[in-house]
Design a binder for this molecule. Structure first.
Ligand code: ATP
Length: 248
């Protein structure tokens, strides 16, 4: 097992997101059981595990796209009764696997879609420029249709669209999937910049090593349960994690 967590912030006390005993599934078939985790403000937390472990299902439950049992507190509020729109408005923003952009809309219009709930036009305009600062490729392609972007540019566009919602917690599902290592490296650098701007990040990845190399802490999920947790550097050194997930 991983080293026990002794840091106060990992116990969930004062956490931005605190999940306790969560269960969820599809059509009566359980997928997640007794999932507990906590994310503190300005942390990057990795949620890793193999194919079908339940990572996406957990993100769907957190963004209230599917129902769940157990407790979910976000910014001190119980979000379990919220609709997806209400959870989004509370600052819980999900960048989905596969990017799910509006292919026939321009990059800029996709980014503006992320801000659809905001009425602070000037701040939205400033955030748009901030996105082009974070992702200069998007600035160069702001009038291009999103469907004609490369895979890496589409991932940038999806992340920037999520950021345009002014999230408190950005949950990114499979950021690196199908992308060239050089692009993934650029995106990892951007994660650091996003966190430096005060956004907390929950990073869901099948690429365990990649996610743990950028995260502060991590949770390893297997068959719908959390099986290891701890500081990312401890998880990378954990013999069980190394054997099962790092091929070492
Ligand atoms: P991957 O990285 O492959 O996406 P994951 O860890 O994100 O894996 P989930 O997508 O959460 O895993 O899937 C967990 C389980 O839930 C799988 O057995 C999957 O078949 C099942 N599942 C996912 N979506 C649905 C759905 N819409 N209806 C029924 N079962 C589903």
């Amino acid at each position: 097992m991983s080293a026990p967590n002794t840091e106060g912030k990992t116990s969930g006390a004062g956490a931005l997101l605190k999940v306790a005993g969560l269960g969820a599934g599809y059509g009566g078939m359980p997928v997640l059981s007794d999932v507990s985790l906590a994310v503190s403000k300005a942390e990057i937390v990795a949620l890793v595990g193999g194919n079908g472990a339940g990572k996406t299902t957990l993100l769907r439950a957190l963004s209230r796209v599917i129902g769940s049992t157990g407790a979910i507190a976000f910014s001190g509020r119980d979000i379990a009764p919220m609709t997806p729109d209400e959870a989004f408005a509370a600052g819980l923003v999900h960048v989905p696997e596969g990017r799910q952009l509006f292919d026939r809309m321009s990059v800029e219009d996709n980014l503006l879609m992320g801000a659809y709930r905001r009425d602070d036009d000037q701040a939205v305009g400033r955030d748009l420029e901030r996105m082009y600062g974070l992702f200069p490729r998007l600035g160069e392609r702001r009038r291009q249709l999103a469907g004609s972007l490369s895979g890496g540019e589409q991932q940038m566009c999806a992340m920037a669209r999520g950021l345009m919602a002014a999230p408190v917690l950005l949950m990114i599902d499979e950021m690196s999937l199908g992308l060239a290592p050089v692009v993934v490296e650029q995106l990892m650098e951007v994660l650091g910049a996003i966190r430096a701007q005060g956004v907390t990040i929950l990073l869901v990845e099948q690429d365990v090593h990649l996610a743990l190399s950028v995260a502060d802490r991590g949770y390893v999920m297997e068959s719908g349960r959390i099986v290891h947790q701890g500081a990312a550097k401890d998880l990378i050194d954990d013999p069980a994690v190394r054997r099962a997930y790092l091929g070492l």
